[in-house]
Design a protein around this ligand. Structure first.
Ligand SMILES: NC(=O)c1ccc[n+]([C@@H]2O[C@H](COP(=O)([O-])OP(=O)(O)OC[C@H]3O[C@@H](n4cnc5c(N)ncnc54)[C@H](OP(=O)(O)O)[C@@H]3O)[C@@H](O)[C@H]2O)c1
Length: 331
């Protein structure tokens, strides 16, 4: 199964500038948190990555702990790169990794110390078979490590050439502002922030987006489909093989409450009236805000990936549609 990337791969994807940087990111990026671990079917993940690249997705997001088992998503992605993406294609890819959550036992295997971040980056590079990642993130703020130390570790990674850009994830507005200012003072601008943001989780609207805009930092929301809840998949029960049905999935069945399902049903009707799937509406609803650089989706099949990319066919909203969505979400 040799892979030749589609020669048309750059024809229909939209690319957005990441904050004030020189970097363009695809409006839709692919994350490898679920579906790419050692518990998953390798060829399925490989087919998703190939299809993503063929449709113009240049950005693939990883972290040290993605799997399960932790580390196995980076190992599998490394194998896909080796099999399907010969060296010259590396310059067409934006690959990110992160460190912040528990990765190895002992006092140096999580949070935000210089020791952990730089050791973890070395491990990630080894697992993926890469000389550098494009973006290296502090995965979460560490209340017990000086922010200066964590940011200096990102700065070192960039100055060593092991990362091209620095990013932060899960930092609130105040923490983000401080991190951005420290990175600027070190001469390594903060490229991007990766927060959780979807129709169901809107904390970023309460100050964070303003900070990012003010400092010219990009924004790439993760779990834009609320792990699959913002699709029609749970309307008729919990499908076998869905994330909620899997013991290692992060979406728990008790999060899919009757109230949520009523909201999802109503949103699904608005999407149908727009000739979109609910997944497509959930993504285009985020992308209508020009402060959003890219939405970071997950997919367990090529069909889901295709469906999600087609959200770009309709990103315009009437004020009636927007009002209607607000009313549905407020109940
Ligand atoms: N920085 C952080 O702390 C952090 C945390 C979490 C995630 N992330 C990043 O964000 C990425 C995306 O997160 P996520 O996977 O939670 O994103 P998501 O897009 O909200 O959820 C993806 C899941 O929704 C379902 N799905 C996707 N498209 C669908 C469609 N068209 N129709 C029906 N179901 C569909 C699939 O689940 P099924 O398995 O049920 O089919 C898929 O795995 C991760 O891979 C990771 O890179 C970062």
């Amino acid at each position: 199964m040799n892979y030749t990337p589609s020669p048309n791969r750059y024809e229909s994807m939209k690319y957005n500038r990441c904050g004030n940087s020189g970097l363009l990111l695809p409006a839709i990026s692919l994350g490898l948190w679920h579906n790419f671990g050692s518990v998953d079917v390798f060829e399925n993940g490989r087919a998703i990555v190939r299809r993503a690249f063929d449709r113009g997705i240049t950005h693939f997001d990883l972290a040290n702990n993605y799997g399960p088992a932790p580390g196995s998503a980076e190992e599998n992605f490394g194998s896909i790169l080796k099999k399907d993406f010969p060296g010259w294609l590396r310059d067409e890819l934006i690959i990110s990794s992160k460190a912040g959550y528990l990765m190895w036992p002992g006092p140096y295997g999580e949070w935000g110390s210089r020791k952990y971040l730089l050791s973890s980056l070395n491990q990630s590079l080894q697992r993926m078979g890469l000389e550098y990642v494009d973006i290296f993130y502090s995965h979460r703020p560490d209340p017990n490590t000086p922010l200066e130390e964590t940011m200096m570790a990102l700065d070192t990674a960039v100055k060593q050439g092991k990362a091209l850009y620095a990013g932060i994830s899960n930092y609130n507005a105040e923490e983000a502002q401080r991190a951005i200012e420290i990175l600027t003072s070190l001469g390594t601008p903060c490229l991007i922030h990766q927060p959780k943001y979807s129709m169901f989780e809107r904390w970023v609207e309460d100050g964070l987006l303003e900070v990012l805009e003010k400092y010219g930092v990009g924004c790439i929301p993760f779990s834009p489909l609320a792990q699959g809840m913002l699709t029609d998949k749970y309307l008729k029960g919990i499908p076998e093989n869905s994330r909620a049905a899997k013991s290692h999935g992060f979406l728990k069945v008790d999060e899919i409450t009757q109230d949520k399902l009523t909201t999802i049903q109503k949103l699904n009707q608005v999407a149908t009236d727009r000739n979109q799937s609910l997944a497509q509406m959930a993504l285009s609803w985020l992308l209508k805000d020009k402060r959003i650089t890219s939405v970071l989706i997950g997919a367990s099949s090529v069909q889901q990936l295709d469906n999600n990319i087609d959200s770009l066919l309709n990103t315009d909203y009437t004020s009636d549609e927007l009002n209607n969505i607000e009313i549905i979400l407020k109940v």
